[in-house]
Design a protein around this ligand. Structure first.
Ligand SMILES: [Zn+2]
Ligand SMILES: [Zn+2]
Length: 418
């Protein structure tokens, strides 16, 4: 059985997050999306932890659900560590998972004893070395695990060009073997990471980092797991990631990395963006304002990679997907927030079970039958990667064109797709 998991999301108590992010709402949204397992997010926040304790019941060791929902929750959170090491200021975001509510209670106690302010944000800022934080967590429980979040983003990540390190070892020292997975983030995909041999033994996972219900599952992980036959699902997921078990970890679901906010280098306010090669020619300086350009993820991977070409051997495969609403919007040639898109989305979800089932499993004929040939064609183009990508840079999301201007022109006569 396929189990789709989104292991990094936020609650309504994290900065810039939707007020709708409550556990019952998340559970319901996951059913519509087709997400089977989702992180609670933000478990060190006092009010959110109370909400977790009130709403969630343990269904199998380490896995919880809310009343009347089949969505499963795993206890997860994210920390923002800001500290000095090696004469540089480091800013890292780190996902952390706990095996049960009791352990979360101990984590909170321990962090409070260090006088960290957990109430200020769902993703609290801790002035502690990432390695020391990991050590402190493992002292509480060996089954806790840490996964560096969006590992390549320039300002807040383990390999970030402005904030991070040049290797896992430089950051985590003797605790490096305890880091067995990283999150590739929206602006990078597994293929880019396959160019760096240092990551050959690291599982590459993908999550939404959603700040709203709409964004849940925009990236995710697909496992081959029989939930009923797995006595300890938490331990099993940890094991699969730790051992990079290819029989159980089937693939990741990815954005197109160009769509991420930090794929290329550039300056948002100056309206300029560059490929790594062009930035090198410019010596990293913006031709408009003459200040250093914000270096993106592609360039950073380029700097650390030790292979010219990705090495796909022994790697977990992946699929690039766009959210269904964007596909519908492109097919109609209108904005994805419009009523017409919403109506068509509801129609597809109703007939197609859930969003991931429509995106991953329905063939073009089935989609055309439920909705329209244009949407089926847009879906085909996405699945075949026949789309135009305008890479994001310096905090600006990239853009995707499914139909070119020419195709959009006088409505195509050819509806003979099938
Ligand atoms: Zn996050
Ligand atoms: Zn500039």
């Amino acid at each position: 059985m396929q189990l789709i998991a989104d292991l990094h999301i936020h609650s309504k108590y994290s900065r810039a997050c939707s007020k709708n992010l409550t556990l019952p709402n998340i559970a319901k949204a996951c059913e519509i999306k087709g997400i089977d397992l989702v992180s609670t997010g933000d478990f060190t926040h006092p009010a959110w932890f109370e909400h977790i304790k009130t709403e969630l019941k343990e269904t199998t060791p380490g896995i919880y659900s809310v009343k009347n929902s089949k969505t499963k929750f795993i206890l997860g959170t994210e920390f923002s560590c800001i500290y000095k090491k090696g004469g540089k200021c480091r800013r890292l975001h780190l996902c952390v998972f706990a095996p049960n509510i009791e352990t979360v209670g101990k984590i909170i106690q321990k962090l409070e004893s260090h006088r960290f302010n957990l109430a200020s944000d769902g993703r609290p800022i801790l002035g502690i070395d990432a390695k020391n934080l990991l050590g402190l967590l493992l002292e509480i429980d060996e089954n806790i695990f840490m996964i560096p979040a969006h590992a390549w983003t320039p300002w807040f990540s383990v390999f970030g060009s402005y904030s991070g390190f040049d290797s896992i070892e430089e950051c985590f020292g003797e605790l490096s073997p305890r880091i067995f997975a990283i999150e590739t983030g929206l602006s990078s995909d597994p293929k880019m990471n396959w160019r760096w041999s240092a990551l050959d033994n690291i599982a590459l996972i993908s999550n939404s980092d959603a700040h709203s219900l709409e964004n849940l599952g925009r990236e995710a992980n697909v496992f081959n797991l029989e939930v009923e036959k797995t006595p300890n699902l938490y331990a099993e997921i940890r094991r699969i990631l730790k051992e990079k078990d290819k029989n159980k970890f089937l693939y990741t679901i990815e954005f197109f990395p160009e769509k991420g906010k930090y794929h290329f280098d550039g300056h948002r306010l100056c309206g300029v963006s560059f490929k790594p090669k062009e930035t090198k020619k410019l010596k990293g300086i913006c031709p408009v304002c003459k200040q250093p350009l914000t270096i993106g993820v592609l360039r950073r991977v380029d700097d650390l990679a030790d292979r010219a070409e990705p090495e796909p051997k022994n790697k977990i495969p992946y699929k690039n997907l766009l959210p269904l609403k964007e596909i519908i919007a492109a097919a109609f040639g209108i904005g994805d927030k419009s009523k017409k898109v919403e109506a068509e989305y509801q129609k597809l979800i109703k007939a197609g079970k859930n969003e991931f089932n429509v995106l991953l499993n329905l063939n073009a004929q089935e989609i055309a039958k439920i909705s329209s040939p244009e949407i089926a064609e847009a879906m085909n183009k996405m699945r075949n990667g026949e789309i135009k990508l305008i890479p994001g840079f310096d905090g600006e999301y990239g853009k995707i064109e499914i139909f070119s201007e020419k195709e959009k022109g006088p409505k195509k006569q050819q509806s003979t797709l099938f």
